[in-house]
Design a protein around this ligand. Structure first.
Ligand code: ADP
Ligand code: MG
Length: 729
């Protein structure tokens, strides 16, 4: 065996550490190199003198706790030969965990009351007690010279925190101080320690100040990685000029403004002016318009599209679903009236055409639509992202509008800008309010404008939490209310988290928050499903009403048929998944019942309820849950019921969601390069890093003089990003 005496960050782990451990690190934790391992930071530190607070443990979590053995009993196994050792461990504050060990003979000598050890395993519940089944454990020697803190690592079944710690210590002993990617000037100005020191300190801190300083420095690495990637992207985006679309007097846009039945809100006007100026310039527009549900984004987008059409170019509008694309096409046509009837009887003189490209179109119609796009006859082409990106050739595409951005990653945005000689302008619209740090990261390559007010005449939505478990009569009253709404000529949505109809496996339709709200779901029943709830309602509480069903698994033409029927008032009730979350606009719908509301994210609930109360009649939204009072889940629902402020809810959502989910959309790589950066806690660092990164990229657009930073970008946002970037430099 060769003796490894020196390693750097790229050295494979096998060598500096033994085969068994190296295999475990690679298969269980995805750590392959020395760099991977030293960037696998401790989740937290345990002060050797202090026991872990057991009250903070969550069911289902894999935990490592420092606890003291209080009681040890041996008993026979019930159904097999052999013995069980039952150990009660305590946090010294009166809270206890039961641990069960099988085949305990080897443990007998060590496991004695008073022993302090790390215990590691999954938290479960038996009767009313929390327990760790068959945990691993590692005694803590209280000998002289032991470090003051035990680092607790994100670990898994079969490879425990202390085993990771041992491997980390081994490689740190062999590791030469790596070259520091951050320029010295920056480190000095921000008081950051160098990389080698920070890496040693984060794994083996001597003091709490060490922990803080190390973390602070490593957070900077991540913030710089992200901000450099974004600065590079911004640079790249403006390298290719766009076509200028100056205002055309007497054009379509003016004609449209003349026939608009309402006046634009102040926000629509000022955002409209910003967009108009962008479109008139050769610098490609990259603008995000944020406006709460119902703020009137469609008309803003349409006016932008008309400005481009006036210059003889085309605009594409991209929606996340076929349902939404079809609906957009319908509403654009109806807003435009004769202005969209080019070549038709009654069409206006300057008229253009709105062409819908849908996967469900018959072949001949699809061919016709593609031709209209290609020939330039269609001034506006509406379709889903997938379809337009892959299939459509344009005569001259001047503007791409992306509706409901939040399911759309940075990479997809890049793809849209295409490869032509001129870049199209890009306008992105989202109803999800964007906290400042999110604007600086996930949307950091875009300029942001906001529509802050809703058009007048909108009706308020009253939201009520219905605790179905505790107060079944409330739910009955809820269904009665639905009958009343329908009797008054209105329509109703019932939303369920799942489609159903098969194994009951994971077919939740949460495109945004795959694991949202699911904490500790181990013991819970499967979420309610559209295909089960609809027939139950039809036979039970909603008997006699015309009920339709809509979800993502329906064939596109069926979706369209259902949506049209609902739109036309031929259905009273639509039982649906979150497919209706974005953009669906049926002003006659006044009530929404969200089943298992606790399974949805806060922003998502806000989006959903924005579908009702779009007409003049007031809306009602019922959040049905069987979560008991006093739980976090219930508090979240109470928060949604108590405010209609989307910004406030987005902020709360950010606090509750795992941030990885948010930042994750920045990353293309399989493994996350962002471990410490927090959108809530590191606002200031993110803002400073943004300024620094912009300066550096302005002075060195290819990062050729900063190879370390170049590598940092790849490490933070993934290799694909680096590849894409190198490709274009
Ligand atoms: P969202 O921002 O959610 O996409 P929409 O564009 O669908 O909102 O607009 C919501 C409703 O408000 C539509 O029915 C639209 O016709 C109407 N609307 C938009 N702007 C105004 C305005 N300035 N005054 C009155 N109604 C408006
Ligand atoms: Mg919309």
């Amino acid at each position: 065996m060769t003796v490894v005496t020196q390693v750097d960050l790229d050295t494979p782990l096998l060598g500096p550490i033994g085969k068994k451990a190296a295999d475990a690190l690679s298969t269980k934790l995805g750590l392959h190199t020395v760099g991977d391992l030293v960037r696998h930071y401790p989740r937290r530190y345990v002060d050797r003198g202090k026991l872990t607070d057991i009250a903070g443990l969550e069911l289902g979590e894999h935990v490592t706790v420092l606890a003291e053995v209080e009681k040890v009993t041996m008993r026979d196994m019930r159904h097999r030969r052999g013995k069980l050792m039952q150990v009660v461990i305590t946090d010294g504050r009166g809270r206890r965990l039961d641990c069960t060990f099988f085949n305990p003979y080897k443990l007998k000598a060590v496991m004695v009351p008073g022993l302090r050890a790390l215990f590691s395993g999954q938290v479960s519940r038996f009767r009313d007690k929390l327990q760790l089944t068959h945990p691993e454990f590692e005694p803590i020697e209280e000998s002289e010279g032991v470090r003051p803190f035990v680092s607790i690592y994100p670990a898994t079944q079969g490879f425990d925190s202390w085993q990771i710690a041992r491997c980390v210590r081994q490689v740190l002993e062999l590791l030469d101080d790596p070259t520091d990617p951050l320029p010295e000037s920056l480190r000095r100005a921000e008081g950051l320690s160098d990389l080698g020191r920070a890496l040693r300190r984060i794994h083996m801190p001597e003091t709490e100040a060490d922990q803080y300083a190390a973390k602070n420095r490593l957070v900077w690495d991540e913030a710089m990685g992200v901000q450099l990637a974004l600065a590079l992207r911004r640079k790249r985006a403006v390298q290719r000029p766009a076509a200028a679309n100056p205002h055309v007097p007497g054009g379509l846009l003016e004609a449209f403004d003349d026939r608009l039945p309402y006046t634009l809100t102040a926000g629509q006007q000022s955002v409209g002016a910003e967009i108009a100026a962008d479109l008139a310039s050769e610098t490609p527009m990259n603008r995000l318009v944020q406006g709460d549900v119902g703020a009137g984004k469609t008309v803003v987008a349409l006016r932008a599209m008309l400005q481009v059409v006036d210059s003889g170019r085309q605009a594409a509008m991209l929606a996340p679903t076929e349902v939404l694309a079809a609906q957009h096409a319908r509403s654009l046509r109806s807003l435009l009236g004769p202005l969209a009837q080019a070549g038709e009887l009654g069409g206006a003189e300057q008229a253009t055409r709105v062409t819908l490209l849908s996967g469900s179109l018959p072949a001949a119609a699809k061919k016709k639509a593609l031709l209209e796009a290609q020939s330039g006859e269609a001034g506006i082409v509406v379709g889903t992202h997938a379809l337009i990106q892959d299939r459509v050739g344009f005569a001259e595409l001047g503007l791409v509008v992306v509706d409901e951005q939040h399911r759309f990653g940075v990479e997809q945005r890049d793809a849209l800008r295409g490869r032509g000689e001129k870049a199209p302008h890009l306008l992105v619209m989202t109803a999800t309010p964007i906290p400042r740090t999110v604007a600086m990261t996930v949307y950091g390559d875009l300029e942001v404008s906001a529509l802050r007010e809703l058009p007048g005449g909108r009706s308020p939505i009253a939201t009520t939490v219905v605790p179905a478990g505790e107060k079944p009569t409330w739910l009955e009253r809820g269904w009665k209310r639905i009958h009343e709404e329908v009797a008054a000529g209105h329509q109703v949505y019932i939303v369920c988290p799942r489609v159903g109809g098969d194994t009951g496996k994971d077919d939740t339709e949460f495109p945004d928050d795959p694991d949202d709200a699911g904490a500790g779901t181990d013991e819970r029943r499967a979420p309610l499903a559209v295909l089960e709830v609809a027939p139950q309602l039809a036979e039970g509480p909603l008997a006699g009403l015309r009920i339709g069903v809509l979800h993502g698994k329906l064939p596109p033409d069926e979706k369209d048929t259902v949506m049209r029927a609902f739109d036309a008032g031929e259905l009273d009730v639509l039982v649906a998944t979150t497919v209706i979350e974005v953009g669906v606009d049926v002003p006659n719908s006044t009530a929404m019942v969200i089943m298992d509301a606790d399974r949805f994210g806060l922003s998502q609930l806000h989006q959903l309820r924005g579908r009702v109360g779009r007409g003049s009649a007031p809306g009602v939204c019922l959040l049905v849950t069987d979560m008991p009072a006093g739980t976090t889940a219930r508090e979240r629902l109470d928060a949604v019921a108590s405010t209609t402020d989307g910004f406030e809810l987005a902020r709360m959502d950010l606090e509750l969601r795992r941030e990885g989910d948010v930042l994750g959309s920045l990353q293309s790589g399989r493994r996350s390069g962002l471990r410490l950066l927090s959108l809530l806690r590191h606002e200031e660092i993110i803002a400073k890093a943004r300024v620094r990164a912009t300066e550096i990229v302005d002075g060195d657009p290819g990062l050729v003089r900063h190879p370390g930073l170049h590598a940092l970008v790849a490490e933070t946002v993934g290799d694909e990003e680096r590849a894409a970037y190198l490709d274009k430099v």
